[in-house]
Write a protein that binds this ligand. Structure first.
Ligand SMILES: CCCCCCCCCCCCCCCCCCCCCC(=O)SCCNC(=O)CCNC(=O)[C@H](O)C(C)(C)COP(=O)(O)OP(=O)(O)OC[C@H]1O[C@@H](n2cnc3c(N)ncnc32)[C@H](O)[C@@H]1OP(=O)(O)O
Ligand SMILES: Cc1cc2nc3c(=O)[nH]c(=O)nc-3n(C[C@H](O)[C@H](O)[C@H](O)COP(=O)(O)OP(=O)(O)OC[C@H]3O[C@@H](n4cnc5c(N)ncnc54)[C@H](O)[C@@H]3O)c2cc1C
Length: 677
C-alpha cells in the first residue's frame, strides 16, 4: 500500500501496519507531546532532528558490523566530530533553543542515529563537563568550562581502577602535594591502582578528571578530583609520566575506547585540584569547604539521575521495534482453515510487550520527576542547605538500580518477542541490550546501590520509631507499625498503598533481623551483612512503591486537560502496570496484605482484559514515542514495516556475498572434503 507522507515523499507501508494505525482510537500527537513534556518541546525536538539528520551525515556507507575494531573506532570519531560540530555551531546558538543545555536528552537521542554503539565523546558530555560544573571554584569554572564546551579540550572521568570500582574510598592512585613546586604528583603505586574503564580514555581524550587519594603534609585526606592533562594538545602524544591505552574488546561500547591510565610521578599544577569542596593552600594546608563530605561524589549522582531517562528512551526504542514487528509478523494456525494471525494477537505476546510500553511511560515520568528533585536539591546546596541530599542519594541510587535492571530484562523480552529475526544484528535489539546491560553495573552496581538506599531506609525507620518527621517519599513508613495486614481493595490507589505496606513490612523485617543478630552478640556491621539479602529486597520494594506512586500521580496530572481517549489510554497503561506488578509479587502481597486467592483470580482477569483493551492501540502507542527510523536503526522496527525487504537488503551487504565462492573453499574445505588435508 502506498502512503503519501507529510514531507511530500511517498513511501510504501506494510498493509497490516496501515490497518493497525487506522484502528488506533486516540490522538497520537497528543501522547507524544505528553511524553516530550509539552508541544513546544516536541516542535523543538523535531526541528533539531531535522537539522541533525536530514542531510544524511549520520548514515554509514558500510554497516559498522563489517568494519575492523580500529575502523569502527575511527568512524565513530569522524561522526562524533560531525555531530559535535552540528551541536556546537548550528544548534546551541539557534534562536529559540537558548534554554537547551549541552546535556539535553534530545542530543542524546539523536546520537543513536550517528552511533550504533557509543560516541567516544559520551563521557566528555556525560561526565567531564558535569564534573567541571559541579566541582570547580568560579575561577576554575571560568578557565575550564568554555574550553570544554568549545571542544578545545576533550575529557573523561577517570575513577575506577583495576582493583576497585565500587569502593571509592579504597582507590590507590595518589596525588601528593609538593609545596616546593606547588604541584601535585600523581602516581600509580601498584598494578591494582591502574586506572581502568574510563570512556574515551584509550585514544580520544587529552584531559581527564582523575579521582585520587590526596596527601598533603604527610596526611591522607581521602579521594579528591583533579583535572589532569594526559596528552599533548598539538601532537596528542601521551605526556611524560603517562601510560595510556585502550582496554580491548567488550560486550558492547566497542566504539567507546574505554581506557587504562598509569601515572609515573606525573606532576600537575596545584590549581588543577578541583577546589569547590576542599582546597590545598600554597603551603600545603588542607581546607575543607563543603559541609557534606560526599559532594565529591556529585557527578555520579547526576549520571544516575540521567540514566533513568536513558532507560525510558532505550526501552521505548526496543518496544517500538518489537510491537511494529509483531504487527507485521504472522505465525501458526490456532484454528484450522483460518489465516495465520499477527503474532501481536497472541495473548502471550501482548503480555510480553504491553508492559514494556507501560514501563517506558513509567520511567519517563519518574525520570522527569527525579530530575526536578535533583535540580531542587542542587539549589538547596547552593544555598548551603544539605539536608535534602541524603534523600536524593537514596532515591537516585535505587531508581538507577531498578530502572537499569528492569529495562535490560524487558529489552531482552522484546528480543524474544521478535523470534529469530530479533537475534539479527540488523534488528538493533542486540546493540540496545548490550548498551543497557552495562548500565546495571556502571555508575554503581545494582546491589551496591540498593544497599545504599537500604542504609537510608533503616535510618528513616529509626526516625519514625522516635516519632520524628520524615520526608515525603518515606512518609508511608509511619503506618508501618500497624501489625494487621493491610486490607486489599484492588483499586489503583489501593494497590499503591498495598505496595507501600509491602516495603514498610520488608524494612521492618530487616530491622528485626539486624536487632536479632545484635542481641545474639554480633556487632552492627556483622548484623548488617547478615541481613543484606533482605535489605536489597526492602530497597527494591521501596523503589517500586516510589515508581508506582509517581507514575500514577503524574499520569493523572499530565492528562488532566487531555482529550478523553488520550486520558483513558494513558490510564489503561498505568493500570496495566500496577496489575502486572501485583501479579508478579503475589507472594509479597499475601504476606503483607489481606489479598486472597480469589483476589489473585480477579487480578488475572482484570490484567488480561486490560491487554485486550490496549491491543487496538498498541501500534499507535509505539508510534507516539515518535522515534525516527534513523534513530531506531532497525530492519524490524522501521515505520513502514517493510521487514522482509529490509532484512534481505541488509543481508546482501555482507562482504561474504561479494563473491560466489569464498577462497577458503579451495584452500581448506575442498582439500579436507577430498581427504587431502
Ligand atoms: C558528539 C557526541 C554527542 C553526544 C551527546 C550526548 C549528550 C548528552 C549527555 C547526557 C549523559 C547521559 C548519559 C550518561 C552516560 C555516561 C556514561 C557513563 C559511563 C560510566 C561511568 C562510570 O561508571 S564512573 C564510575 C562510577 N563509580 C561508581 O558509581 C562507584 C560506586 N560507589 C559509590 O558510589 C560509593 O563507593 C558508595 C557505594 C556510595 C560508598 O561510598 P563510601 O564508602 O564513601 O560511603 P559509605 O557507604 O561509607 O557511606 C557513608 C555515607 O555517605 C553517604 N553517601 C554515599 N554516597 C553518597 C552520595 N553520592 N551522595 C550523598 N551521600 C552519599 C551514605 O549514604 C552514607 O551516609 P550515612 O552515613 O548518613 O548513612
Ligand atoms: C561500559 C562501562 C563503562 C565504564 N565507564 C567508566 C568510566 O567512564 N569511568 C570510571 O571511572 N569507571 C567506569 N566504569 C567502571 C564502573 O563504574 C565499575 O565497573 C562499577 O562501578 C562496578 O564496580 P566494580 O567493577 O568494582 O565491581 P565490583 O564492586 O568488583 O563488583 C563485583 C560484584 O561484587 C558485588 N559487590 C561489591 N561490593 C559489594 C558490597 N559492598 N556488598 C555486596 N556486594 C558487593 C557486586 O554486587 C558485584 O556483584 C565503566 C564500566 C563499564 C562496564
Amino acid at each position: 500500500m502506498k502512503i503519501k507522507m507529510l514531507a511530500g515523499k511517498t513511501i510504501e507501508i506494510n498493509v497490516d501496519l496501515v490497518k493497525e494505525r487506522a484502528k488506533c482510537n486516540f490522538n497520537i500527537r497528543e501522547v507524544t507531546h505528553i511524553l516530550d513534556g509539552g508541544e513546544k518541546n516536541t516542535i523543538q525536538r523535531k526541528k533539531i532532528e531535522d537539522i541533525s539528520l536530514n542531510d544524511g551525515q549520520s548514515r554509514d556507507v558500510i554497516p559498522e558490523e563489517y568494519l575492523s575494531p580500529k575502523e569502527r573506532y575511527e568512524n565513530a570519531v569522524k561522526k562524533s566530530c560531525i555531530y559535535a560540530r552540528i551541536i556546537k555551531t548550528e544548534l546551541m546558538n539557534m534562536t529559540g533553543l537558548e534554554t537547551l543545555g549541552f546535556n539535553s536528552p534530545v542530543f542524546r537521542r539523536i546520537a543513536d542515529a550517528y552511533f550504533k554503539e557509543v560516541t567516544p565523546l559520551l563521557a566528555h558530555f556525560g561526565m567531564f563537563v558535569p564534573t567541571i560544573m559541579g566541582q570547580c571554584t568560579p575561577e576554575q569554572l571560568a578557565h575550564w568550562l568554555p574550553r570544554a564546551l568549545n571542544f578545545e579540550i576533550v575529557g573523561t572521568y577517570v575513577q575506577t581502577e583495576l582493583g576497585h570500582g565500587t569502593f571509592i574510598r579504597g582507590l590507590e592512585t595518589t596525588a601528593t602535594y609538593d609545596p616546593q613546586t606547588e604541584e601535585f604528583v600523581l602516581h600509580s603505586p601498584t598494578l591494582s591502582s591502574y586506572k581502568w574503564w574510563a570512556g574515551g580514555l584509550g585514544k580520544t581524550v587529552n584531559y581527564c578528571v582523575v579521582v585520587a587519594q590526596l596527601y598533603t603534609k604527610g596526611v591522607c585526606h581521602g579521594v579528591h578530583t583533579f583535572i589532569v592533562q594526559i596528552r599533548d594538545e598539538e601532537t596528542h602524544m601521551p605526556l611524560p609520566g603517562i601510560r595510556v591505552g585502550d582496554i580491548g574488546p567488550k560486550m558492547g561500547y566497542n566504539t567507546g575506547d574505554n581506557g587504562f591510565l598509569v601515572f609515573n610521578h606525573h606532576r600537575i599544577p596545584r590549581e588543577n585540584m578541583m577546589m569547590k569542596n576542599a582546597q590545598v593552600l600554597k603551603d600545603g594546608t588542607y581546607v575543607k569547604v563543603a559541609r557534606h563530605e560526599k559532594l565529591t561524589y556529585g557527578t555520579m549522582v547526576y549520571v544516575r539521575v540521567m540514566l533513568v531517562n536513558e532507560m525510558a528512551f532505550n526501552l521505548a526504542k526496543a518496544v517500538t521495534i518489537a510491537v511494529r514487528y509483531s504487527a507485521v509478523r504472522r505465525q501458526s494456525q490456532p484454528k484450522p482453515n483460518q489465516p495465520e494471525p499477527q503474532v501481536l494477537d497472541y495473548l502471550t505476546q501482548q503480555h510480553k510487550l504491553f508492559i514494556c510500553i507501560a514501563t517506558a511511560h513509567a520511567l519517563q515520568f519518574t525520570s522527569d520527576w527525579l530530575y526536578k528533585t535533583f535540580t531542587s536539591v542542587l539549589a538547596d546546596i547552593r544555598d548551603d542547605k544539605i539536608d535534602t541530599l541524603p534523600e536524593l542519594h537514596a532515591l537516585s541510587s535505587c531508581l538507577k538500580a531498578i530502572c537499569t535492571s528492569d529495562c535490560a530484562a524487558f529489552i531482552e523480552i522484546c528480543r524474544f518477542a521478535c523470534g529469530g529475526h530479533g537475534y539479527m544484528a540488523s534488528s538493533n535489539l542486540s546493540m540496545i541490550y548490550s548498551y543497557v546491560s552495562a548500565t546495571r553495573t556502571y555508575e554503581g552496581d545494582y546491589t551496591v546501590l540498593l544497599l545504599q538506599t537500604a542504609r537510608f531506609l533503616v535510618k528513616a525507620w529509626e526516625q519514625v520509631e522516635k516519632r520524628r518527621p520524615v520526608t515525603s517519599t518515606i512518609s508511608y513508613l509511619s503506618h508501618a507499625f500497624d501489625k494487621l495486614k493491610k486490607p486489599w481493595d484492588g483499586s489503583n490507589e489501593g494497590i499503591i498503598r498495598a505496595f507501600q505496606r509491602v516495603a514498610a513490612g520488608k524494612i521492618s523485617a530487616c530491622i528485626n533481623c539486624i536487632r536479632y543478630h545484635q542481641k545474639s552478640g554480633k556487632d552492627f556491621e556483622d548484623a548488617w551483612q547478615l541481613t543484606t539479602i533482605q535489605l536489597v529486597a526492602a530497597a527494591e520494594a521501596h523503589c517500586r512503591a516510589v515508581i508506582y506512586d509517581t507514575y500514577y500521580n503524574e499520569t493523572i496530572r499530565l492528562t488532566a486537560s487531555s482529550s478523553p481517549n488520550v486520558k483513558s489510554v494513558m490510564e489503561q497503561l498505568c493500570t496495566l502496570y500496577l496489575l502486572y506488578w501485583s501479579l508478579e509479587r503475589t507472594g509479597d502481597l499475601l504476606r503483607f496484605t489481606s489479598l486472597s486467592e480469589k483476589d489473585i483470580f480477579d487480578l488475572q482477569q482484570r490484567y488480561e482484559k486490560m491487554l485486550a483493551v490496549i491491543r487496538p492501540n498498541a501500534v499507535g502507542l509505539v508510534d507516539a514515542f515518535d522515534i525516527r527510523d534513523e534513530i531506531l536503526n532497525s530492519t524490524l522496527g522501521a515505520y513502514d514495516g517493510r521487514v522482509y525487504e529490509r532484512l534481505m537488503e541488509e543481508a546482501l551487504k555482507s562482504p561474504l556475498n561479494a563473491e560466489p565462492v569464498n577462497s577458503s573453499f579451495h584452500k581448506h574445505l575442498k582439500p579436507f572434503m577430498q581427504g587431502k588435508l
